[in-house]
Design a protein around this ligand. Structure first.
Ligand SMILES: Nc1nc2c(ncn2[C@@H]2O[C@@H]3COP(=O)(O)O[C@H]4[C@@H](O)[C@H](n5cnc6c(=O)[nH]c(N)nc65)O[C@@H]4COP(=O)(O)O[C@H]3[C@H]2O)c(=O)[nH]1
Length: 527
């Protein structure tokens, strides 16, 4: 293996590794993203659960307080009121006890009266809100040492609930932090695990919020009914668990896609990089040959010419399509050698063709480089002399791309015209949008590309383009050859619109010169 081949192999391997790495990297990125989404959903689920419990407790608290205030007749701690307190306690799932408060002292509750009252001690302020509600957080009562309560009071009546009630949810990890936050007191009402007050600065009252502070992923959910926010947070490392889960699912797909793409990239790179060398060998070994596709007059269906289409059969019998190797030939500077061989093959194939069919023409594809070299003119001249062809027996087909480089191309086109050979613009409408060259080069034929012909006879908006191209060709007095005609309907429509000539599978596929001669003989026999 020579150094060049080694270098090519290295490039192909590198290309395949880069291409193959893309799906793998994508699956990792996707797993990370999905891992975060899943973890956010998990935390939002906990925050919503806590909120549900918190709201349920609040509803019970206010319903109980309202009932006591409404039932009050005189003494707030009358036997009837205390009996009602007991009834509310028993019928509620979250309230520890109902009671009556005077000057931060619990004077009576469902369990009994406390004379001058039990002092309620708290660590923070508990201002009376505009709605007359007073809320004691982290409150302690001497009858329940060590316990912390949330006490909510209005009109003196109060509900005492254990502060941990809303947080009493089952969790699947012990790293999880949960909290309820009171917007009334601007402080946490209950907490479990590590929570930070500054997290509340991210709060949106409209929708649940998630964010991370670098250490923890945090979810905040605000109640729509009470001034309460619930918090659920977990260390960022917990997210990795979800990411790993997703990775386990996505990575096999990423690796499979990566391998497939990597192999495809390797093969393509090898094929492309190896192609110029193979093509050079093919030119030397004369592996290229021509097929001819009949061009018919749409008025009578008679074959009046043919387009020469190059074919490459490799030594192993495999065919390389011209769509693949012509661009390679153009890019590697081999196209003029290809064209030279095409003209030689036409000369060899033509034999007595032009003597037998004096009006018959053969269309020859020229590439951009051919149209920039006066050598092409010499070769065409040589072809005419070798075959005894008249200028009208040849038609040069130039793609739009080939016609772009005006200054250099004009000289060659003029010289071809000077020989008397007509020029067609091929694949019209598929390349550059500049139409100026149609006039600049005084062209003779316009070949309507198959992609436009395909739109005809089906009710497609794009068929308008084909019709416009036809009208434009008419106004520029260009003769037209429609390419890739496959159906009777297309042929009929083209003829109705004034297109004179066509080629396509409807009439004949590309064939050898021998088959073309038979085709012509049959046509003659039919008269
Ligand atoms: N599906 C379908 N296809 C149809 C039909 N009728 C014709 N075709 C195909 O359409 C292509 C027409 O040639 P093109 O537009 O000049 O397009 C040509 C031309 O640009 C280039 N090419 C072919 N031979 C030469 C050559 O000798 N020199 C240069 N420079 N380019 C060539 O390669 C292109 C592809 O050539 P081919 O593969 O032979 O493909 C040919 C032909 O086989 C049809 O009814 N249906």
């Amino acid at each position: 293996m020579g150094l060049n081949n080694k270098a090519r192999l290295v490039i192909a391997v590198c290309a395949s590794m880069v291409v193959g790495a893309v799906p793998i990297a994508l699956s990792v990125v996707l797993a990370q993203h999905q891992g975060r989404v899943l973890e956010e959903e998990r935390l939002l689920g906990y925050a919503a659960n806590v909120l549900y419990r918190s709201e349920r407790a609040s509803q019970q608290v206010f319903a109980g307080i309202d009932r006591l205030n409404q039932a009050r007749k005189g003494d707030p701690c009358s036997p009837a009121q205390m009996a009602l307190m007991a009834e509310i306690d028993l019928s509620s799932t979250d309230i520890q006890t109902m009671g009556y408060i005077v000057a931060d002292r619990l004077v009576c509750a469902s369990v009994g009266s406390f004379g001058a009252g039990l002092p309620i001690t708290t660590e923070s302020e508990h201002p009376v809100g505009k709605d007359g509600v007073e809320q004691y957080t982290r409150a302690q009562l001497s009858i329940a040492p060590g316990m912390h309560f949330t006490i909510v009071a209005r009109g003196g009546y109060a509900a005492v609930i254990h502060e941990a009630i809303p947080l009493d949810v089952t969790t699947d990890s012990d790293t999880l932090s949960l909290a309820t936050y009171s917007l009334r007191n601007n402080g946490f009402r209950s907490t479990r695990g590590v929570v930070k007050k500054e997290w509340l600065s991210h709060l949106s009252t409209e929708r649940p919020t998630t964010f991370d502070d670098g250490e923890r992923l945090v979810a905040l959910v605000a109640s729509q009914n009470f001034p309460t926010v619930t918090v659920a947070a977990a260390p960022m490392s917990d997210m990795l668990v979800q990411t790993r889960k997703m990775l386990g699912f996505l990575l096999p797909f990423g690796v499979a896609a990566g391998l497939a793409l990597g192999v495809a990239a390797f093969l393509m790179a090898r094929r492309h990089m190896g192609m110029p060398a193979l093509l050079r060998r093919a030119l030397n070994k004369r592996e290229l040959f021509l097929l001819y596709q009949p061009i018919v007059d749409l008025h009578n269906g008679r074959c009046i010419g043919a387009e020469a289409l190059i074919r490459w059969r490799r030594a192993d019998g495999s065919m390389v399509p011209p769509d693949v190797f012509i661009p390679v030939a153009e890019a590697s500077g081999l196209i003029q050698r290809v064209t030279e061989q095409v003209l030689e093959r036409v000369a060899a194939d033509a034999g007595s063709l032009f003597a037998d069919y004096p009006a018959f023409h053969i269309g020859i594809n020229l590439a951009a480089a051919d149209l920039q070299s006066t050598r092409t003119v010499e070769l065409l001249d040589l072809l005419m002399r070798k075959t005894g062809a008249g200028a009208h027996n040849l038609l040069v087909e130039a793609t739009e791309r080939g016609l772009m480089d005006a200054a250099e191309v004009r000289e060659v086109i003029n010289a071809i015209h000077a020989l008397g050979i007509e020029v067609a613009v091929d694949d019209f409408g598929t390349g550059y949008s500049s139409l100026s060259y149609l006039e600049t080069f005084a062209l003779d034929y316009l070949k309507i590309d198959k992609s436009f012909v395909d739109t005809l006879a089906i009710d497609a908006a794009t068929s308008q383009v084909a019709l416009h191209i036809i009208e434009m060709a008419k106004s520029l007095k260009l003769k037209m050859i429609a390419e890739g005609v496959e159906t009777e309907a297309q042929a009929r429509l083209l003829q109705e619109r004034g297109v004179q000539f066509a080629q396509g599978w409807l009439f004949a596929r590309p064939m050898t010169m021998a088959a073309l001669r038979e085709h012509m003989a049959r046509q003659d026999a039919q008269g």
